[in-house]
Write a protein of this length. Sequence first.
Length: 268
Amino acid sequence: MPHIGGLYVETHGPRDGEAVILSAGLGGSGAYWLPNLEALAKRYRVILYDHRGTARSDRALPADFSIDQMADDVLLVLDGLGVQAAHLVGHALGGLIGLALALKAPGRLKSVVAVNAWAKLEPHTARCFETRLSLLHHCGIDAFLAATPIFLYPAAWMAARPKRLAEEAKHQRMAFPGIDITEARIGAVAAFDVSARLSEILAPVLSLASEDDILSPWTAAEALAKGLPNGRFALTPRGVHACNVTEPETFNRIVLAWLAGETLPQGG
């Protein structure tokens, strides 16, 4: 599979389909979207990529790494594939990238789905990131990775999947980008604030949230939608932060309906 400007990229689905680029959250790996790939690729040209600094992409980061620079990387991918305009589906940090790109190059986005995202970091979410960084610095990488699923998944979902979580932890440990890169990515999230510029984002944006998300309160996603000229808010009752992984069928139905311009199903 190709690398574009140091970024690992995969494409799936019909080459002549509408393009949908999927942007992961803090982990940065395109593999995060595997529970959703088959459903989306039946109709759309799906673009997966690994964020700069993570997974199979170049690990070197520019100074003062920012969400705006991450948006530049999306443009790099689209240009490299010859895609003039695409839908972007972004999870948390990936949703912030979509908002930044909608400000930077509005003609390149047909729409944005921002999943459990926000216009400005909530104090609660900041506390969660600070706690995770404290674990990383004072307890080490293994403690940081062991705590990560607690912020992503429901307790009952995790309890039923101990082998899966053990395999995830093993893979994440092998692919861990390093403390400096992780800190830089969290710092970029903390610095992101488009709350005063929401009126400038004209692209249609679906702000999709999980009511039981323990990392980012659903009220932040609701406030994001209300501040956008063409914002739509959808709330699912469960799924926690990684709702596209824990409730993929519900997530896929909502996103596919949004992309097709159809009425969102119940729960969205």
